[in-house]
Design a protein. Structure first.
Length: 307
């Protein structure tokens, strides 16, 4: 078999590869698909932007769905927990959090993908969420992503040493810093000094990249012609849940007309993929989350109160 090109992992790909490998090795995943009928919901969504003239201030379907999931998580705080688990001693602890911090993949202006932590999204209105996302995008465009990822990697290295993972830390250091094609390059000298002279409120820091309490990915925003839905999601430790918002699709649905007769009509369906860590949660634990979503989509006018 001939090879016409070799592409060596940069620091972002290294971190993603390590996290997803750890996820598959450690976490017993359970995933399910929730098909939301958003026919009426989309009408209410359009109303949210009727009086908005500034394009940057428009509420997106991505932001609205993030709010929907946050409302569901409020109904089930256990789904916003992080897990500490020692398999050798069979000891586990769930840590509950006051805030819902969303790990969210973001496409940068150079086409690269980066996951950012949108802090305290559960307590924000739709307008506040929009402002927070816009500010994160603004700062991301002024950020050397390799540098901020190196900060995160260095922090993980020190954390590994504190927890006695000496061999793992040495291997990572060797794989990233030994001279060669796999070496991770960070800023040095004058360029480093100039970069860190940028105020932290004008760029992303490791605080913006660290893991949140759950993850929400919007596949529909990347490929809105998507058919079907995501079937499996990586849960990044110590998180215990992950969600994927898929593309809106037209499907035949059985409904009831005004005379009580069953009919088939075309409706707008938005599949939502829910994944959870079976060490922390059972399916029954997630039922109140699903019922909360049921109530939102059944009475979609509630979204007007979120603005």
């Amino acid at each position: 078999m001939s090879v016409y090109k070799k592409e060596y992992f940069g620091i972002a790909r290294k971190i993603v590869s390590n996290m997803t490998a750890e996820s598959c090795e450690e976490i017993p995943h359970v995933s399910m698909n929730y098909d939301a009928d958003v026919t009426d919901f989309l009408k209410e969504f359009k109303k949210l932007n009727e009086d908005v003239t500034d394009r940057t201030q428009k509420i997106t379907i991505n932001t609205l769905m993030m709010k929907v999931i946050c409302e569901g998580l409020k109904a089930v705080p256990k789904m916003n927990c992080t897990l500490k688990f020692n398999r050798k001693l069979v000891r586990g602890t769930l840590e509950y959090h006051d805030n819902i911090d969303i790990t969210m993949p973001m496409i940068l202006k150079n086409g690269e993908m980066m996951t950012v932590n949108m802090h305290d999204m559960g307590n924000k209105s739709l307008t506040q969420m929009t402002d927070a996302i816009n500010d994160t995008i603004r700062r991301a465009n002024q950020t050397d992503m390799n540098e901020v990822m190196y900060e995160v990697s260095a922090d993980n290295t020190y954390s590994g040493l504190r927890h006695g993972k000496v061999l793992q830390t040495l291997r990572r250091a060797y794989g990233s810093k030994m001279p060669g094609k796999h070496m991770v390059h960070s800023l040095t000298g004058k360029k480093k000094k100039q970069y860190y002279a940028i105020p932290e409120e004008e760029r992303l820091t490791k605080h913006d990249i660290e893991q949140g309490t759950t993850m929400i990915t919007n596949f529909g925003s990347i490929y809105n012609e998507q058919k079907g839905s995501c079937c499996f999601l990586d849960i990044v430790p110590p998180q215990t849940t992950a969600f994927a918002v898929n593309a809106v699709q037209e499907r035949p649905v059985v409904t009831t007309d005004e005379n009580g007769n069953k009919i088939v009509e075309v409706r707008s369906i938005l599949p939502i993929t829910v994944a959870f860590d079976h060490r922390a949660l059972d399916y029954g634990d997630c039922v109140p989350f699903l019922r909360k979503l049921d109530s939102i989509f059944a009475d979609a006018s509630v979204v007007q109160s979120w603005k």
